[in-house]
Design a protein around this ligand. Structure first.
Ligand code: 13P
Ligand code: SF4
Length: 361
């Protein structure tokens, strides 16, 4: 769990707009221009004031833009950490600065609480890439194979699943199921994460969307049955990008999110969830890094590690994460919008796979 702390005082604890601006300047020096800080400090101060008045908690995903990321969340993290934190909070209102599926997970874990997302259109191409009917069909075609849903799915898909996982524990969840004696595991919806995890575990991969695999003898070998959805951001990184980055910055450590293609993952130095990226740079003695992921991550990590160089690779940004702004976060607190609501039976059935995900490390 990452608690944002900022020496000498957290931006969240500033007592005036002027102090907010001063603390933001210290934290974001060289990352965010002073002009932008001057414009955003009043918003940050007002969000923090209203958050306390409403007894709300703000959770911020690692992809949030730097002024928001460092200015307003009580906790930041990857999908797994934020799900864990949301399962433990006492606050009656949770404002989720992330995308829809993350806020839905918080709602499933807190059905009695008000869970808000600042932008109602903050979706995800992976979550859009599979329906509950697709999952039912897969279960019919591969009877007995447990269904593991990546957390980047909507709650009705999770409700059809046996386990959830994130990029932070996909290997642990699949290894657990293989060790329990399952030879085939359905892992959806991200084709690349499924292929990368299968490769890591030495398992075979079959395309679950391809009906020509029906009737194939899958017995005797550990097999991951995948789906065809992709992250529209990470699928854009290419082998050529890695080779070009290596030529230009031979001393840099290249870190990629496992939603990138297997060809890219094979060539980089490190692959892992956004939390792993943050921790890797923090503890590494290397001086220069390149991240193949949402571009705000580079800024956020650079602000925490001023002695290290993050080569900015901002050709690809997540259009959904970028919908979460300070302005909309303030409106979310003012109007208590946009509330996540889910049918009771979906909450009940999605809870088990999410609880299982939180238990497996
Ligand atoms: P993490 O769980 O690694 O934070 O990833 C979430 C995500 O949406 C990556 O694109
Ligand atoms: Fe979804 Fe990709 Fe955006 Fe992550 S980066 S929220 S996986 S579209």
């Amino acid at each position: 769990m990452t608690t944002l702390s900022c020496s000498p005082k957290r931006i969240q604890d500033a007592e005036t707009p002027a102090e907010t601006a001063e603390l933001m300047r210290m934290r974001l020096k060289g990352i965010v221009p002073d002009v932008e800080i001057s414009l955003k400090a009043d918003l940050v101060f007002e969000i923090n004031r209203l958050k306390k008045e409403r007894n709300a908690i703000i959770l911020g995903h690692n992809y949030m833009e730097p002024a928001l990321y460092y200015g307003v969340p009580d906790f930041t993290g990857d999908s797994l950490e934020l799900a864990r934190i949301s399962s433990k909070t006492d606050a009656p209102i949770i404002v989720f600065c992330g995308v829809q599926f993350m806020a839905e997970t918080a709602k499933v874990l807190n059905p009695e609480k008000t869970v808000l997302i600042p932008a109602e259109k903050a979706g995800c191409s992976l979550a859009e890439g599979i329906t509950k009917e697709d999952v039912r069909q897969l279960k019919r075609r591969f009877p007995g194979a447990p269904v593991v849903s990546y957390v980047n799915t909507y709650a009705d898909v999770k409700a059809e699943s046996d386990y959830c996982c994130t990029s932070g524990n996909s290997s642990a969840v699949l290894r657990y199921l293989f060790d329990k004696g399952h030879e085939q595991v359905i892992f959806l919806p991200d084709e690349y994460l499924a292929r990368n995890t299968a490769h890591e575990l030495g398992a075979a991969f079959v395309c679950g969307w391809d009906t020509s695999v029906d009737g194939m003898d899958l017995k005797g070998a550990r097999t991951v049955i995948g789906w065809k959805a992709r992250c529209e951001v990470h699928e854009l990184f290419t082998v050529e990008d890695v080779l070009t980055a290596r030529r230009q910055f031979p001393d840099a450590i290249i870190i990629a999110h496992p939603e990138c293609s297997p060809d890219v993952i094979r060539l980089v130095d490190v692959s892992g969830s956004t939390k792993k990226m943050v921790e890797y740079v923090r503890q590494s003695p290397a001086k220069r890094f390149i991240l193949f992921t949402e571009c705000s991550m580079g800024d956020n990590i650079a602000a925490e590690n001023p002695e290290k160089e993050m080569v900015r690779l901002c050709s690809h940004t997540c259009p959904y994460m970028k919908l979460i702004t300070l302005e909309d976060t303030l409106e979310s607190l003012r109007r208590l919008q946009f509330e996540i609501t889910l049918p009771e039976d979906v909450i009940r059935r999605a809870r088990l796979p999410i609880d299982r995900m939180l238990e497996i490390r």
